[in-house]
Ligand binder design. Structure first.
Ligand code: GLN
Length: 539
């Protein structure tokens, strides 16, 4: 079958949930038995988001093949239950870099290199490469219509429509219908303007997805349809919902998938949303509630830990539990007081030394008070530092990331990292195999001895201290044998204490919760239920 392209653009404001919209659409078409792939274009100049602070664009999502990508790829993987790769995300910077490299090589000798056609051709090549083999490629264009930066991507999307043909391309515009409280009215004007802006570029949207905090009635839909020249059936309402995983159902109930199938002249027999419906059902009817303390750096910016938050939700689904996250202030010297009533402690990945001592303190409390502990990447390094200082009594033990002169560098750079000069894409990235120790908590969770997980870090457990750590009771439950690197540490006399050098959160899916997150939540449930006074059990 020829690949059909669906372009998703955003209007009026950013943060409308274009990624969730695109993923939900992908889920619905996948449920129709189609092979769906997704692509995200980011209009900024950074070659990839790997060098950016999470405050800028949220978490950096890592793919199996080690690409540092936009967090929307996480949504794509979670909704479609399918792996994305380096080719599923690219930035304006990457496009310009490729074109400029070719210019220097002499590929364009004699010509003036221009945005149209050279940049747009490179963008289209990347669209086609990502779409290869798929029935449907959903291409999400970052930014908002009207931005200077996203113009080359919009232009490439317009050209693709022309080349692929009417039946093989479709434009979905995600827009905002603001509610004006004083007059108690929903307003369509910003959407009208945004669609006009799109038309100026030569794109006429086929579908409008309208984000709004109030229901959009038939009159409003008729008005939007008339002013924006989109059939009424293609004006879709996207109200706020409790969980992002409900969005495919919200669209399905309004017939969005039927409409798209019709517009793209597609006909398939299957319509299988059973497993997704089950996920949403379990999510909406938890039998219990647990509270996890998250000892991260970005307390008020949840997108910085997107995949961790979602993996906890999935672990909750597996245990029919609602997992509430309490973000700790790790710079607070009295951090212990923030742990009242929590059923587990999670230390996520991170860079930089802000709040490090607070994280070490909570790891100590988790170990001593036997509170379930889950360390992710930096969370493993913290566990090792804490154990070295307080059990091995190596005063001042540290990671050389935070104290280059420490007497006890229990966490140190890998030898090959010591010569790295460029910061971009040079960490230990992507998937690596790991062998688990028989009988460990990790072995029990995964149910197998050979696993592979994704990485994004420069520092490692220093093998010089390994024997000391092990002899004192910190078990090395996972090892990357080819390079003899510690991947997992566990504590024996503890209900559940697991810390890993990799990032399991990237592989968590609502339809296939990650085994470590599943068991961590199970341990929290056990703690809550064994001492109900500390738990918050919901009727
Ligand atoms: N900063 C640590 C390192 O580079 C941990 C990184 C992380 O948690 N992703 O090794």
């Amino acid at each position: 079958m020829t690949t059909k392209y669906i372009f998703v653009t955003g209007g009026v404001v950013s943060s409308l949930g274009k990624g969730i919209t695109a993923s939900s659409l992908g889920k619905l078409l996948q449920a129709r038995g189609l092979q769906v792939t997704m692509l995200k274009c980011d209009p900024y100049i950074n070659v990839d988001p790997g060098t950016m602070n999470p405050f800028q664009h949220g978490e950096v999502f890592v793919t199996e093949d080690g690409a540092e990508t936009d967090l929307d790829l996480g949504h794509y993987e979670r909704f479609l239950n399918k792996e994305m790769h380096a080719s599923n995300n690219f930035t304006a910077g990457k496009v310009y870099q490729t074109v400029l490299d070719r210019e220097r090589r002499g590929d364009f000798l004699g010509t003036t290199v221009q945005v149209i056609p050279h940049i747009t051709d490179e963008i289209k090549n990347r669209f086609r490469a990502a779409a290869k083999g798929a029935d449907i490629a959903i291409i999400e264009i970052g930014g908002t219509v009207g931005d200077i930066e996203s113009l080359p991507f919009m232009e490439a999307a317009r050209q693709m429509g022309l080349e692929a043909g009417r039946e093989n391309s479709l434009y979905v515009h995600v827009t905002l219908i603001p509610f004006i409280r004083a007059s108690e009215e929903l307003k369509t004007k910003p959407t009208q303007h945004s669609v006009q802006k799109l038309r100026e570029i030569g794109i006429a949207p086929d579908v409008l997805v309208c984000r709004s905090e109030k229901p959009i009635d038939a009159n409003m839909k008729a008005k939007l349809s008339m002013f924006c020249s989109v059939p009424k059936e293609s004006v879709i309402e996207a109200p706020d919902v409790d969980s992002i995983y409900e969005v495919p159902m919200v669209f399905h109930k309004q017939g969005l998938d039927d409409q798209i199938m019709m517009l793209l002249r597609l006909r398939t027999q299957s319509k299988d949303l059973d497993s997704w419906t089950k996920v949403v059902d379990r999510l909406k009817h938890p039998k219990r509630e647990v509270v996890v303390a998250m000892a991260g750096k970005y307390t008020d910016y949840k997108d910085a830990y997107k995949s961790v938050n979602e993996a906890l939700v999935h672990g909750g689904i597996a245990n029919e539990a609602k997992v509430k996250i309490r973000f700790l202030d790790t710079t607070d010297p009295k951090i212990g007081e923030q742990l009242d009533g929590v059923h587990g402690i999670l230390v996520p990945g991170g860079f930089g030394d802000r709040g490090i001592e607070g994280k070490i303190r909570v790891a100590q409390i988790a170990r001593e008070k036997k509170i379930p502990y889950f360390g992710l990447c930096l969370g493993l390094q913290i566990a090792v530092i804490e154990f070295s200082r307080n059990v091995l009594k190596l005063a001042g033990a540290h990671s050389t990331e935070f104290d280059q002169k420490t007497r006890y560098p229990v966490i140190d750079l890998l030898p090959e990292q010591k010569t790295v000069k460029d910061k971009g894409a040079t960490m230990r990235l992507g998937t690596y195999e790991c062998t688990l120790k028989k009988g460990s908590l990790s072995h029990k969770a995964y149910g197998t001895l050979q696993i592979s997980e994704r990485h994004r870090h420069r520092y490692e457990v220093n093998n010089k201290f390994r024997k000391l750590l092990e002899d004192a009771g910190l078990s090395i439950a996972g090892l990357h044998a080819p390079k003899n690197l510690v991947e997992i540490v566990e504590l024996k006399d503890h209900p559940w204490y697991v810390a890993c050098q990799f990032h399991p959160e990237f592989k968590g899916r609502p339809e296939a919760p990650h085994p470590l997150f599943r068991d961590f939540v199970a341990a929290m449930v056990e703690r809550a239920e064994s001492s109900p006074s500390r738990s918050a059990i919901h009727a």
